[in-house]
Design a binder for this molecule. Structure first.
Ligand SMILES: Cc1cc2nc3c(=O)[nH]c(=O)nc-3n(C[C@H](O)[C@H](O)[C@H](O)COP(=O)(O)OP(=O)(O)OC[C@H]3O[C@@H](n4cnc5c(N)ncnc54)[C@H](O)[C@@H]3O)c2cc1C
Length: 395
C-alpha cells in the first residue's frame, strides 16, 4: 500500500463507532465511518435507555437536547407471580430516549468534529497490506476499527475474537396514547419469568416516542418465534397493562452479546469496540454507556498510536475493557439456577432487593414502596426496616 488515504476507518455509525470517530477527529486524525444504513437513526434495534453515569460523565453527550430524553425515576420489579417492589436510589435515574434522533445527533456531532460519514456503505472485507488495510472500494486505511455490532464482520476479516454467547432481544413500540392507565408510568417495569424470558427479563417503559414493551432471553438451540414471544409477553403482562388489542408502530430486535469481552479485541492496526468487542454487561445487557465510554477511549488510544508515540499501546489499551468477572458469575448463576418459585418467595427479602439495587443502580439502596400484587388489591407487605441501605460499593 502507498500512503494510506485514511488514518482510520471505523465500521459502524452507532454508539461505539460514532464516539470513537468523534475522539479521533478531535485529535486531528483523518477518520471515515462506514455505515451500511443510509440513515444512522433508522432501524434502531435497541430500547435505548441511558444510565445516569453516561449523561453525567461523557462529554460527547453534553448538550443532548432534552426533548430527546425522558427521565425514568426508578424500577418496578415484578416477580413471576406479578407481585412487585419499587426500587430507586437517591439522585439516580435512567433516561429513555428517542434513540433514532439521538443517533442522528451523535452522527452530527462526529461530523462537526471532522469525521467523514459514508452512509449506505457496507464494509465488505479487508486485506492486510503494508502499513494498514485495503478495503477495496471503501479505501485504504492505516487503522481499522470494528464497531459493527455483535456479529462483527471486521472481527471475522481481521482474525480478532468473536462473540459466542448471546441473548435475543425483541421489543414492540406502541403509540404513546396506549400508555394511558399504566400505573407508575415514570418507572422502568421489569418482569422476571423463567419460561418467558429465561436468563433475562421482560420490560415496559413509557419512552419519548411510545410505549416500549419487550423482552430478552437466552438464545437456545430452538429457534425463537418473535411473534409468539411477544404474544406470550403481552398475555403475561395483561394484569399490569392490557395491550393485547394494540398494534405496534415499531418493532426492534437484535442479539446482545453476554459472554464477556472477546479475545483478542485488538491486534496490529485493528481494534474492536462496543458490542463487536463484547463490552455489554452480562447481567443487565446494557451496552450503550460502555459503547460510548470505550469508543471515546479507543479513539484516544488510536490517536496516540497514529502519532507514533505509543507503540502497540492500543493493544494494551483493550486490557482496560471491563472483564465483568462478578457479572459473569451472576449470569452463570442466573442461567443455571433461575427459579420462579424462589423469586416469588424472595422478592420481599432484603437480600434480593439489595442484589437488584446493585444491578440497577450500582449501589445498595432503599425500597421506597411496599411490595404489592398487581393482580389483586394492593396489600402492604412487611418490611419493618423500610429505607435501610444506602451508598453501597460498585459491583
Ligand atoms: C432489544 C434490545 C434492547 C436493548 N436495550 C438496551 C438499553 O435499553 N440500554 C442499553 O444500554 N443497551 C441496550 N441494548 C444493548 C445496546 O443496544 C448495544 O449494546 C449497543 O447498541 C451497542 O452499540 P454498538 O455501537 O457497539 O453497536 P450497534 O448499536 O449494534 O451498531 C453497529 C452498527 O454497525 C453497522 N454495521 C454492521 N455491520 C456493518 C457492515 N458490514 N458495514 C457497515 N456498517 C455495519 C450497523 O448498521 C450498526 O449501525 C439493547 C439491545 C437490544 C437488542
Amino acid at each position: 500500500m502507498g500512503a494510506p488515504r485514511e488514518d482510520c476507518i471505523v465500521v459502524g455509525a452507532s454508539f461505539a463507532g460514532l464516539a470513537c470517530a468523534y475522539a479521533l477527529a478531535r485529535r486531528g486524525a483523518r477518520v471515515t465511518v462506514l455505515e451500511r444504513k443510509s440513515d444512522p437513526g433508522e432501524k434502531i434495534h435497541t430500547t435505548g435507555i441511558l444510565v445516569k453515569e453516561a449523561v453525567d460523565r461523557l462529554e460527547i453527550l453534553d448538550g443532548l437536547p432534552r426533548k430527546l430524553t425522558k427521565r425514568i425515576e426508578g424500577v418496578r420489579l415484578y416477580a413471576p407471580n406479578l407481585r412487585h417492589v419499587d426500587l430507586s436510589a437517591p439522585g439516580y435515574y435512567f433516561l429513555a430516549t428517542d434513540t433514532g434522533n439521538v443517533m442522528r445527533w451523535l452522527a452530527r456531532r462526529a461530523s462537526e468534529a471532522g469525521a467523514t460519514l459514508r452512509l449506505g456503505t457496507a464494509f465488505e472485507g479487508a486485506r492486510r497490506v503494508d502499513g494498514g488495510f485495503d478495503l477495496g472500494d471503501a479505501g485504504c486505511t492505516a487503522f481499522l476499527v470494528g464497531a459493527d455490532g455483535p456479529r462483527s464482520s471486521v472481527a471475522r476479516y481481521t482474525g480478532l475474537g468473536r462473540n459466542r454467547a448471546f441473548l435475543f432481544g425483541i421489543e414492540h413500540e406502541f403509540p404513546l396514547a396506549s400508555a394511558a392507565g399504566l400505573d407508575a408510568p415514570d418507572r422502568l417495569h421489569c418482569v422476571v419469568d423463567r419460561r418467558l424470558a429465561p436468563g433475562y427479563i421482560g420490560w415496559i417503559v413509557v419512552g419519548v416516542t411510545g410505549l416500549q414493551v419487550g423482552l430478552a432471553r437466552r438464545v437456545h438451540e430452538k429457534a425463537i418465534n418473535p411473534r409468539e414471544t411477544i404474544a406470550a409477553l403481552l398475555a403475561k403482562i395483561r394484569p399490569i397493562h392490557d395491550l393485547t388489542h394494540c398494534q405496534p408502530v415499531a418493532v426492534r430486535a437484535g442479539l446482545i452479546p453476554c459472554g464477556g469481552v472477546v479475545h483478542p479485541a485488538a491486534a496490529d492496526r485493528a481494534l474492536l469496540v462496543g458490542d463487536a468487542a463484547g463490552i455489554v454487561s452480562p447481567v443487565t445487557a446494557g451496552g450503550i454507556h460502555m459503547a460510548l465510554k470505550h469508543g471515546l477511549a479507543a479513539g484516544d488510544a488510536i490517536a496516540d498510536f497514529l502519532s507514533g508515540n505509543a507503540g502497540d499501546a492500543h493493544v494494551a489499551f483493550t486490557r482496560t475493557y471491563p472483564r465483568f468477572r462478578m457479572k459473569r458469575a451472576l449470569r452463570f448463576a442466573f442461567d443455571h439456577f433461575q427459579s420462579d418459585w424462589m423469586f416469588d418467595r424472595m422478592l420481599s427479602t432484603r437480600a434480593l432487593r439489595a442484589a437488584a439495587s446493585i444491578v440497577y443502580f450500582h449501589r445498595l439502596t432503599a425500597v421506597d414502596v411496599p411490595m404489592r400484587s398487581c393482580a389483586t388489591a394492593p396489600q402492604a407487605m412487611t418490611d419493618p426496616r423500610g429505607n435501610g441501605d444506602s451508598g453501597g460499593p460498585e459491583p
